[in-house]
Each structure stands twice: as structure tokens, then as C-alpha cells.
Ligand binder design. Structure first.
Ligand SMILES: [Zn+2]
Length: 237
């Protein structure tokens, strides 16, 4: 008996729904590919952080929750470049541990807890990366940590009208770097990024904040790339 048009419509609707559900509910572990789980127990254990580590890059002291490589690298890759926004939730505790450790090094104010009065700054995504992902990875991780960054930095665009810029912005423009959106005199920042490699990105972000009059009190990243692995890290911003 030939298939009825109505039945084909139902099949098409069912297929569309299955596609939508597969998009909403991951069907393979983002770390190792094990089917039917968003993240498996082994991969979850691999990113469980007892304490953050402090590393030195580009003259900066930076705290990191994870070492970039293996399962953490697979999960971060899935999160940043594999469309797996759901992985933010499982990565967030490692960033949280890193931030706590970074804040522990901030001198306590006369009154208030460590980190009180600090704003959180992040490195802006490029427009191309934002278009490709549809979300901003670091602010998304921070939201899972209960923090919201202040959108104080922007990419210095190649074709910014140089005449309208101050000396610092012109310099950043020339370097293809970052620039603050406004003066930040007296503001103090915790600077957060996802993957630390050479430290040049954080160094540039810190430079732009300081150029705008801000202070940078602490730096925290989700993961640091051990120097011996530098050449292998290929996570895009
Ligand atoms: Zn797994």
C-alpha cells in the first residue's frame, strides 16, 4: 500500500522534532564521545578541581583551575568550538576555584571581604567568533559562577577613525589590541579568561584597563597551557 501524504508529514515532523531534541539534549559525552550522556562520570572526575594553581606568564601571576590538555582540552574545545554550550555548567566549578584562589591574593580592604568592590573584566570575543558560536564563552562561564562581567573592553578596530581617538586608543589600534570603552579611573578589576597560553592576551587586556585608569588586582583563567604543550593548543578565541 502506498504511503499516504499525511503519514509522510507525520514522519517529517517526527524527524524535525528528533533533530531539535538532539540539539537541545546532547547525545554524546563532550569529553570522550561516550553516547547518551552530556558528560560522563570519568570526564567529570577529570575536571574536578581541589585547588587552583598559580603560574607566571608574560610577567603576570595568573591562577588556573585546570591544566589544558586531555579531557579538559576536549571539554573546552566542545564548549568553545563544538556548539556545546551545555558544558559551561560542568566547567564552571574549575573557574570558580581559580577565581577564589586569585582573590585570596588580593589584599583585604579595611572593611569588607576579599574581592569586595572588584569588577570583573573579560577579553571580548571577535565578531566572527561570536557569529559562529552564538554565545560568549567566558561570560557564560562566569554566569554559571554567579558573576557578571562589566563590558569595559572592546577590540580596537582596524578602521577606527584615528582622529577621534586618544593616544592610548590609537596605540591599541596600531597593535590590533584592546581598548577600554570609557575612562575607568579608580575602578579595580579581576581579569578573567578561559585558556592561558603565552599570557599575551591577558597582558594586553591588563594594559588597556590600566591605560584607562583602572587597577588590575587579580587574574584568573579556567585552564593554563603548560609551556611544553604550547604548540599544541589550538583553541580559538
Ligand atoms: Zn566522557
Amino acid at each position: 500500500m502506498p504511503e499516504q501524504p499525511a503519514a509522510r508529514l507525520v514522519d517529517a515532523a517526527r524527524a524535525a522534532l528528533a533533530g531539535a531534541v538532539a540539539t537541545l539534549m546532547p547525545v554524546a559525552c563532550a569529553g570522550c564521545g561516550l553516547p547518551d550522556l552530556a558528560i560522563c562520570g570519568d570526564c567529570r572526575a577529570a575536571i574536578t578541581v581541589d585547588s587552583a594553581t598559580e603560574v607566571s606568564r608574560a610577567g603576570l601571576r595568573v591562577h588556573a583551575g585546570l591544566e589544558y590538555g586531555g579531557v579538559p582540552a576536549a571539554l573546552i574545545g566542545a564548549f568553545k568550538d563544538g556548539g556545546r554550550a551545555d558544558v559551561a555548567r560542568v566547567l564552571a566549578p574549575a573557574l570558580s576555584a581559580s577565581i577564589r584562589a586569585a582573590l585570596a591574593g588580593v589584599p583585604r580592604a579595611a572593611s569588607g571581604a576579599r574581592g569586595a568592590g572588584l569588577l570583573v573584566a573579560t577579553v571580548p570575543s571577535t565578531p566572527a567568533a561570536l557569529r559562529a558560536r552564538g554565545y560568549r564563552p567566558v561570560p557564560m562561564l562566569l554566569a554559571e559562577c554567579g558573576l557578571r562581567p562589566a563590558p569595559v573592553l572592546r577590540l580596537a578596530r582596524d578602521r577606527d577613525d584615528q582622529a577621534g581617538l586618544g593616544a592610548e586608543a590609537r596605540a591599541a589600534n596600531a597593535e590590533g589590541g584592546l581598548v577600554a570603552r570609557k575612562r575607568l579611573d579608580g575602578r579595580r578589576f579581576l581579569l578573567v579568561d578561559d585558556v592561558l597560553t603565552t599570557g599575551s592576551t591577558l597582558l594586553e587586556a591588563r594594559r588597556a584597563l590600566i591605560a584607562a585608569g583602572a587597577g588590575v588586582e587579580a587574574l584568573a583563567v579556567l585552564a593554563e597551557t603548560p609551556l611544553r604543550l604550547e604548540r599544541r593548543s589550538g583553541s580559538s578565541r
